[in-house]
Design a protein around this ligand. Structure first.
Ligand code: FES
Ligand code: FES
Length: 164
C-alpha cells in the first residue's frame, strides 16, 4: 500500500540544492532518475547485487537502489553528472583514462566504476592492481573483462598524482 505521507527534503546533488517532496519509501535511484532526470546513475538488479547504481554520498560509495532518498536529507551526493568540471568543460582524469584505455563498452557499469575509482583514489592515490580489483569487485561488468578498467584506474591514479 502507498504510504500516506510525503515530506519535503533538500538534497545536495553535485553541489546543487534540490527541494523535493518524497514518500518515505522512495529510493534514491528512482528520485535521481525519474524525478530529477539524472539518468547517469544506472539501475540493473535493484537488489544490491550488480553495483550499477553506485554513487558517492558524503565521501562513501553507496548503492542507490538500497538507499532511501529521505535518508540523504542534507547529505552531499555525487553522481556521474558531477564528475566533469563544468567551469573548464573538461572531463575528470578518471573519465579521460576510461576513454583512452578502452574501459567503456556498453557503458552500463561505467558511472559506478568511475565513482568507485574516485572514492578509492581519494583514500589511496597509489593503489596496486589488487587494491583496484578489490574496490570494484562489487560492480559487475559484462563487457570488458575488467582488465581495461583496472588499467584505466591505474593510469588515472598516475595522472592525478602528476596533477598534484
Ligand atoms: S541496481 Fe543497485 S546493486 Fe544493482
Ligand atoms: S562496459 Fe558494459 S557492463 Fe561494463
Amino acid at each position: 500500500m502507498e504510504p500516506v505521507w510525503r515530506k519535503e527534503i533538500t538534497l545536495r546533488i553535485n553541489g546543487k540544492i534540490y527541494a523535493i517532496e518524497v514518500s518515505p519509501n522512495e529510493l534514491l535511484s528512482d528520485v535521481l532518475r525519474q524525478r530529477l532526470g539524472l539518468t547517469g546513475t544506472k539501475v540493473g538488479c535493484e537488489a544490491g547485487e550488480c553495483g550499477a547504481c553506485t554513487l558517492i554520498v558524503d565521501g562513501q560509495t553507496i548503492l542507490s537502489c538500497l538507499t532511501l532518498a529521505i535518508e540523504c536529507e542534507g547529505k552531499d551526493i555525487l553522481t556521474i553528472e558531477g564528475m566533469a568540471d563544468p567551469m573548464v568543460e573538461e572531463l575528470h582524469p578518471i573519465q579521460k583514462a576510461f576513454a583512452e584505455h578502452g574501459a567503456v563498452q556498453c557503458g552500463f557499469c561505467t558511472p559506478a566504476m568511475i565513482l568507485t575509482a574516485k572514492c578509492l583514489l581519494e583514500k589511496n592515490p597509489r593503489p596496486t592492481d589488487h587494491e583496484i580489483r578489490g574496490a570494484i569487485n562489487g560492480i559487475i561488468c559484462r563487457c570488458t573483462g575488467y582488465m581495461q578498467i583496472v588499467e584505466a584506474i591505474s593510469a588515472a591514479a598516475e595522472a592525478m598524482r602528476k596533477e598534484g
